[in-house]
Design a protein around this ligand. Structure first.
Ligand SMILES: N[C@@H](CCC(=O)N[C@@H](CS)C(=O)NCC(=O)O)C(=O)O
Length: 218
């Protein structure tokens, strides 16, 4: 199997995290010629990352769908809890992270330059992210260390890349979102020793620094 990915992308990082957590033998590639090249569009007509391609040549786009697909195919190291209540909570936490934290946060990627910022848009987004983190806090496991409890799940695969950007972008907009959400702060501290978490955070940080220095995507 192949995974077309980008190390700086929170969506691609979600899919890679599932691959690493499951210990799968998946070839990780950049899209040939970029995500809008004819060659890549022939693989994924949506022109977005990530996209998994099976050994049979079937393309599976969308990070959440890729995680679920890998889970269905390789249940040996599960990312969905067996207990239906916990499995639902894992998917709910992933959904909150995707829709209500990463969704608004993504609107800040083209507001990084203070000289061309839209202050009304930014003010609205800052509040939306804050609200998303409040809602997320309601569902994070109080005992941890992972989002749902003692094991890493598909919820962590969504949250780790999302919270990487919550932490990285906040200061650029005068916000310390994490400090304002103690449950989220405790979660990040509790999972920091996990090998898969550290690998994803390290790859994303390397890619971000590389982008800041060169303007190129890794
Ligand atoms: N909902 C999609 C979002 C994927 C997405 O927007 N990926 C970005 C990379 S960070 C991308 O490919 N952007 C290129 C574009 O939208 O043209 C997912 O979860 O996979």
């Amino acid at each position: 199997m192949k995974l077309y990915s980008g190390y700086i992308s929170p969506f691609a990082s979600r899919a890679r995290m599932a691959v690493y957590a499951k210990g799968l033998d998946v070839e990780i590639l950049r899209p040939p010629g970029g995500s809008k090249s004819p060659e890549y569009l022939a693989i994924n007509p949506m022109g977005k990352l990530p996209c998994l391609v099976t050994d049979e040549g079937e393309a599976v786009p969308e990070s959440g769908i890729i995680v679920e697909y890998l889970e269905a195919l390789y249940p040996e190291r599960p990312l969905a809890p067996a207990d239906p209540e916990e499995a639902t909570r894992a998917r709910l936490v992933a959904r909150i992270g995707e829709l209500y934290v990463l969704g608004p946060l993504s609107k800040l990627f083209n507001q990084l330059d203070p000289s061309s910022r839209d202050p009304d848009l930014v003010a609205g987004v800052l509040k939306e992210v804050d609200d998303g983190l409040t809602h997320l806090s309601l569902f994070l496991s109080p005992s941890g260390p992972y989002a749902i409890g003692p094991h890493l799940t598909l919820a962590d695969c969504q949250l780790v890349p999302t919270l990487f950007y919550v932490r990285a972008l906040g200061p650029l907009f005068g916000k310390d979102w994490i400090a304002g959400h103690p449950r989220v702060e405790a979660y990040l501290a509790a999972i920091s020793d996990d090998e898969t978490v550290a690998r994803i955070q390290g790859e994303m940080m390397d890619a971000l620094i590389h982008f800041q220095k060169t303007g190129e995507f890794k």
